[in-house]
Ligand binder design. Structure first.
Ligand code: PRX
Length: 651
């Protein structure tokens, strides 16, 4: 990796940025290092509190942190009400475009009214602080309205990505024991209906806790509505009061639970808080995005992911920014849709994923070049390591060598951006997330947990609690401890490997656990394996991530069949479809390898490490001493090579 290529922040950008130089960043970082609590207390001043906190951090029962003890606030109040007493009341809060080119702009005042009306609807159905809701919505403003209405009342919400299947939805509803599901009758993706309500109906056959469903009518299509349970959004909000007091919630009140993949088959419910979360999300809006009142800020993430929570809804709105929201696919109806949107709405800040960038590269420069992108001033990347070539293309073709790029490293669990350049201050190196933000204390550890000083490679950890950190895993505090704080006792392990170069820059290399990152979406190998072995023809399955030019990683499944079954092209397709049905299209394996046996240790554990090696290097050089039957590996690598040769010939 070329670690010495440096792109300095353009002077024009730095001059008007909120943090203007590396020295300024260093002073801020040092202030946080000298007195972390004082530092975060200062940052928390940017939040509106109904009641002040008495103590900044309680870390007396690690790893369970509590921030801003005794403080009372409300995230929706911070995102809406407090802008209404300023000139921002008539500023665009959300500019939305549907995939079918519909357009809507909601000012802060309009958004406030919608949120209040919807909150009143929730109250009417008997929901109250402490209850739980599931939000299963397309990318429409009502998704943000639902999130904010829940936040307003202190109903802990969990957004489930609209691309997840009924089965995945069901397990999340069940785990959360939600009382209500908020959905739409359909979504729109590449011109087709996404039958969200049908999936809800399917899931609810097994979810007795859900008493009500609110359905937004996205399209005029026949929709099954179960009497007594299902209510149309419009009916529930028609003529309802346009104000609804925001609950004064404890700083530690759980704002949302977001399910993410871990190293087992069962998704983990990451629990985020209120006051600490908001404080750090708001600080990063300022530091990383240098957000200003005249920005048109566009983060392309779906609200189903953490990026959609922190940087589509809560962060930009708390900052009083104008946020763009787009419903559909980037290549619909043509490959230039994103560039059309940037040109049309004069987007100034654009935040997307490396997978999207790589697919833009593949489509060709003619698509962005056909549009006026001169409104852009800042670009961002998130979700996976960005390869230097993609970074440079982004910089040149989209940013016209004028816009800094912020490569932001963080996780569902961290709640907010942790490692990232500050655009007016930090010289960028393509492929590196650069330096930790103020108040963030990463280290790189070796296998034994020793700190690596200076340059080196190892495991990325965070040594001190931060305000937006997950508080626990929903209903599973033991798993929370075990998952994050046991590999290196008492220290938060990110699951990532990283190197640090001579300038102290951090280069995140990717996951070292059984988590795969497909197009920036997190999946666990176990989740896909469990799905495969539920298929009637499958005996055993092992899933690994293989390098993929576009998606970063792709899913390869090694499958042994029951003795009565025979491999066939039909079965191959069936298995891929089966997983897509069970989990969602994003989990559809790229490739199925039918094999006679899987490599196992003598104690019967599948050695995924060796399979990973096979799909990456087509051979096995690593330690095989614990392998039960070496022949299995010989066969597999032979098969891998043959496949490669066949593919080579085809090319
Ligand atoms: O491996 C890292 C990768 O994505 C993981 C977190 O995934 P998720 O919880 O789904 O959150 C994604 C959006 C914040 C991390 O453990 N990752 C995320 N951002 C970067 C990254 N890897 C390298 N560089 C990044 N900028």
């Amino acid at each position: 990796m070329e670690q010495n290529e440096v792109f300095n922040p353009p002077a024009e950008f730095s001059n008007s940025a909120s943090i203007k130089s590396l020295d300024e960043y260093k002073r801020l970082y040092q202030a946080a290092a000298d007195d972390k609590e004082k530092f975060w207390a200062e940052q928390a001043q940017a939040v509106h509190w109904f009641a002040p906190w008495s103590k900044v951090l309680d870390w007396s029962n690690p790893p369970f942190a509590r921030w801003f003890i005794g403080g009372q606030t409300n995230v929706a109040y911070n995102c809406l009400d407090r802008h209404l007493t300023t000139w921002r009341r008539n500023k665009a809060a959300i500019i939305w475009e549907g995939e079918n080119f519909e357009q809507r702009t909601l000012t802060y005042q309009e958004l406030y009214r919608k949120v209040c009306k919807f909150a009143n609807a929730l109250k009417e159905l008997g929901l109250k602080t402490g209850d739980r809701s599931i939000i299963y919505m397309p990318m429409i403003p009502e998704a943000a309205v639902a999130m904010l209405a829940c936040a307003r009342l202190g109903i802990t919400h969990s957004v489930v990505f609209g691309g997840f299947s009924a089965e995945a939805l069901k397990t999340r509803i069940q785990d959360l024991e939600a009382q209500i599901v908020i959905t739409a009758n359909s979504g729109l993706r590449r011109g087709k209906d996404v039958p969200l309500k049908q999936s809800v109906d399917e899931a609810l056959k097994h979810c007795p806790t859900v008493k009500n469903v609110i359905v937004y009518k996205r399209q005029e299509i026949p929709t099954h509505m179960q009497s007594g349970r299902d209510h149309w959004w419009d009916d529930m909000t028609l003529d309802r009061p346009e104000t609804c007091p925001a609950e004064q919630l404890d700083s530690e009140h759980p704002l949302y639970v977001l399910y993410t993949s871990g190293t087992t088959g069962k998704p983990k419910g990451v629990v985020h808080s209120t006051g600490g979360y908001l404080t750090q999300v708001l600080s990063t809006m300022k530091w990383v995005f240098d957000i200003r009142d005249d920005d048109v800020y566009w983060c392309t993430a779906d609200i189903g992911w953490v990026t959609g929570h922190s940087y589509v809804v809560f962060g930009p709105l708390a900052a009083g920014a104008t946020a763009m929201m787009y419903e559909g696919a980037p290549d619909w109806p043509k490959q230039d849709r994103f560039w059309r949107l940037i040109e049309k709405y004069r987007v100034t800040i654009f935040y997307t994923s490396p997978t999207a960038i790589r697919s833009f590269i593949r489509q060709g420069d003619q698509w962005p070049e056909g549009h006026d992108l001169s409104s852009l001033r800042l670009l961002g990347s998130v979700g996976e390591p960005i390869n230097p070539a993609a970074w440079k293309w982004y910089h040149k073709v989209i940013g016209k060598e004028r816009c800094p790029i912020v490569d932001t490293w963080w996780q569902t669990e961290t709640g907010a951006i942790m490692i990232s350049p500050i655009p007016g201050a930090t010289p960028a190196k393509p492929g590196s997330a650069t330096l930790p933000l103020p108040g963030v204390f990463p280290e790189i550890l070796d296998d034994k947990g020793n700190k690596i000083e200076g340059a080196g490679k190892g495991f990325l950890v965070l040594t001190q609690p931060w305000p937006a950190m997950l508080r626990t895993l929903y209903k599973d505090p033991e798993r929370f401890k075990e998952n994050y704080f046991s590999r290196f006792p008492g220290i938060y392990f990110t699951g990532d490997a990283a190197t640090r170069d001579n300038d102290g820059y951090i280069w995140v290399l990717g996951r070292v656990d059984d988590v795969i990152n497909v197009a920036g979406h997190r999946l666990s190998t176990m989740e896909v394996e469990s799905s495969l072995v539920r298929h009637k023809s499958v005996a055993e399955a092992a899933v690994v991530g293989a390098p993929h030019e576009l998606k970063g990683q792709a899913i390869h499944a090694f499958v042994t069949l029951k003795s009565s079954e025979k491999e066939s092209d039909i079965l191959y397709d069936n298995l891929r479809e089966w997983v897509a049905q069970e989990i969602g299209a994003l989990a559809r394996p790229e490739k199925i390898h039918f094999v006679a046996a899987l490599p196992k240790t003598r104690s019967g554990k599948i050695m995924r490490r060796l399979l990973r090696e096979i799909v990456t290097t087509k051979s096995v050089a690593g330690d095989t001493s614990t392998l039960e039957d070496y022949n299995v590996i010989l066969q597999l690598s032979r098969q891998g090579k043959e496949e490669e040769e066949i593919l080579g010939e085809k090319k």
